[in-house]
Design a protein around this ligand. Structure first.
Ligand code: TYD
Ligand code: MG
Length: 466
């Protein structure tokens, strides 16, 4: 017999306690405790490390069948890229993202694609079958008369036992669960979406994936605070975690892998949300630069690495006079700390009078840059706006800015420069090379600068051009 016990679970970090706290002792979040009733399996039923009930048997490595690298190919290239190739049978993938960002749309597209050759079951707890059909019709850009793949099955269901039953009858190669927050296990008394429901449902789906060889895609919502959704606790359970990001006011969407047992992490796929669904953007650098105004102050081009992929992005800076005692520093797409650091270095080492200026920095295309290699471009965009002088239009700026105003070398310079050259940029301003080992590509003129001052002296045109 199983026994019901009550415990208090932090919805942020998933740690459970016997009593409630106003502030979680583990992660420090306030008001995050929710009372949950948990079904406790008697110890004897659990597979304990020394237990006698374990049914698994060790197998010789040589005797294990099947090529583990075997993947089901998928023609949505940007999706395959983030997965590290194709879909891995028996794997469980979490796709997280803000509500409305396009998770259901993308997964339905993937399901339609996969169903051409494999049986696919799409389980939704959020929309009715009719609603999903309407979306599918919207996604088919071919004439509306065209029929959908025979092997694609839809069902609206939230009870995990019923879902597992459907899996047994349909026997899909791929299962989509949209979303994990709507799924519940009837034996657990806590409500759907609570940490224990989400965690337990995901564990059962994982077990199913491993034993059946079916690929499972689980959608998870992330709220700004990450409180109700708790995909953090899921990250340990699944094989691969992908996040779909983007500014909901802009059309670009980035699918980023933050964990991948079968491929590289921080790989990025770029999509654009269109009328007919998510369209792949195979040349994101070109797309990000498409609307750029050449020779206007306050714009600089950085080359950032997203996984193995170099991306050229426009960084815009704007300084504007303020009478506030505490002038604003507003980053969009770059880290606040980096912006504060760069603004301080520009003030102290370059004599830029930013103390009475609000400073805004914006990365075009909705990209979030996490690496310091874009520092130089951020600094140039701010200085360019403040001095009202444009940055050379045919030039990319690469380098980390140090506290003494020095420029520091960044990794993968060759890859970055090659991408810039490919997109027609003629010059690059980079830090001075300490090691001469790295081969830099031909066809792009390199200007080495020891300091931010040297770099900006060259980067900023001395007069305004139109
Ligand atoms: P959706 O996939 O429902 O988001 P999520 O599952 O992450 O909550 O996407 C919702 C948004 O996408 C909605 O604002 C409408 C838009 N959209 C398009 O622009 N084009 C399309 O073809 C589709 C299906 C949706
Ligand atoms: Mg959805």
């Amino acid at each position: 017999m199983s026994k019901m016990i009550t415990q208090y679970v932090c919805q942020q970090c998933g740690r459970s306690f016997a009593r409630s706290f106003g502030r979680c002792p583990q992660c420090g979040t306030y008001d995050s405790m929710v009372e949950e009733v948990i079904e406790k399996t008697p110890a004897a039923q659990k597979a304990s490390p020394l237990g006698t009930l374990t049914r698994s048997t060790p197998v010789r490595l040589n005797d294990i069948e099947g090529d583990t690298a075997e993947r089901i190919p998928i023609s949505i290239g940007e999706f395959a890229r983030v997965l590290g190739g194709g879909v891995v049978p028996g794997s469980i993938v979490l796709i997280g993202g803000d509500p409305g960002i396009g998770k259901s749309t993308l997964l339905l597209q993937v399901a339609l694609e996969m169903a051409a050759k494999n049986t696919v079951l799409y389980v939704s707890g959020e929309e009715s079958e009719r609603q999903i059909k309407m979306r599918a019709t919207r996604l088919q850009n071919s004439p509306p008369a065209k029929t959908f793949p025979e092997q694609l099955f839809l069902v609206t269901e939230t009870n995990l036992d019923a879902i597992l039953e459907h899996v047994r009858t349909v026997k899909p190669k791929m299962l989509v669960v949209d979303s994990i927050q709507t799924v519940y296990i009837p034996e657990l008394e806590s409500s759907a979406g609570s940490i224990s429901q989400v965690r337990e449902s995901a564990s059962r789906l994982r077990k199913l994936a491993k034993t059946s060889g079916m690929a499972v895609f689980v959608i998870g919502h992330v709220t700004k605070e990450g409180v109700i959704a708790g995909p953090r606790v899921l990250e340990h359970i699944v094989d691969t975690v992908l996040y779909l990001e983007g500014d909901s006011f802009q059309s670009f969407r980035l699918l980023r892998s933050v964990k991948n047992r079968f491929g590289a992490t921080s790989e990025v796929g770029v999509f654009e949300m269109r009328e007919g669904g998510m369209a792949e953007v195979p040349n994101p650098s070109e797309a990000f630069l498409a609307e750029r105004l050449v020779n206007t102050p306050g714009s600089a081009i950085a080359v950032t690495m997203e996984g193995t992929r170099p991306l050229l992005v426009e960084i815009q800076g704007l300084t504007s006079h303020t009478s506030l005692n505490n002038p604003r520093r507003t980053p969009n797409g770059v880290d606040m700390y980096r912006l504060l650091l760069i603004a301080a270095v520009l003030t102290r080492r370059m004599g830029l009078r930013l103390a009475e200026q609000d400073v805004f920095v914006n990365v075009i295309g909705g990209l979030r840059i996490g690496e310091p290699a874009a520092d130089l471009a951020v600094a140039a965009a701010i200085a360019s706006s403040q001095r009202d002088l444009p940055v050379r239009a045919d030039t990319v700026l690469i380098g980390e800015v140090g506290l003494s105003g020095e420029l520091r070398w960044v990794s993968q310079m060759e890859t970055r420069l090659r991408e810039a050259g490919k997109l027609g940029f003629k010059q690059a301003i980079i830090p001075r090379r300490v090691r001469r080992g790295e081969d830099l590509p031909q066809g792009i003129t390199i200007h080495e600068a020891r300091s931010l001052r040297e770099a900006l002296d060259y980067a900023l045109l001395q007069e305004k051009r139109d």
